[in-house]
Design a protein around this ligand. Structure first.
Ligand code: SME
Length: 166
């Protein structure tokens, strides 16, 4: 049994430090990427308050095999859209630009894809391996401007840790 005890009284920098340590402990030595993404999605859900969706989209072949796009991976939250082309929505913007997308108001983001109507703000961080986007980590919140710089930096550190573990 894993029994992580997130301390919700901690400031966001401390929460992310603890989250990163727990993620390292959970995934170290485990080569199965799907298992690792599933556990990390659960960990994000446990450690970070005020979320309505936390999980992964992976770079995978399009249905016709002619290219690649983001395809839904392990997550916690409501059922979500399965395929997102690079460049579409917040996730696709993160994948195409290879840069973190910190969106305080999803309704103001051109092309935002509403998987859950409750979402108000969103943080998407690309996971890079050898310079290529292999996945994105997507966090949604029902609160506007839920995510700040500490969250972006914390999830970027998590993405770096997971680069060769998913
Ligand atoms: N809102 C995302 C789509 C994924 S869901 O939030 C789970 C986007 O605009 O890319």
């Amino acid at each position: 049994m894993y029994d992580f005890k997130p301390d919700t009284a901690l400031d966001p920098v401390e929460v992310h430090r603890e989250l990163l340590g727990a993620a390292d402990a959970l995934t170290a030595g485990e080569p199965d990427g799907t298992a690792n993404m599933a556990n990390i999605a659960a960990l994000l859900w446990e450690f970070l308050p005020d979320l309505n969706w936390a999980g992964f989209y992976r770079t995978a072949p399009t249905k016709d095999g002619a290219g690649s796009e983001l395809v839904l991976g392990p997550f916690v939250g409501r059922p979500a859209c399965i395929r997102i082309p690079f460049g579409a929505g917040v996730c696709g913007a993160a994948a195409e630009s290879r840069a973190t997308q910190l969106v305080a108001d999803v309704h103001a983001f051109p092309g935002h894809i509403a998987c859950d109507a409750a979402s108000r703000s969103e943080l998407v961080v690309p996971v890079l391996r050898d310079g290529a986007v292999i996945a994105v980590i997507d966090l949604d919140s029902p609160s506007p401007a839920r995510f700040g710089a500490a969250d972006a930096e914390g999830i970027e550190a998590l993405a770096a840790l997971l680069s060769d573990r998913i």
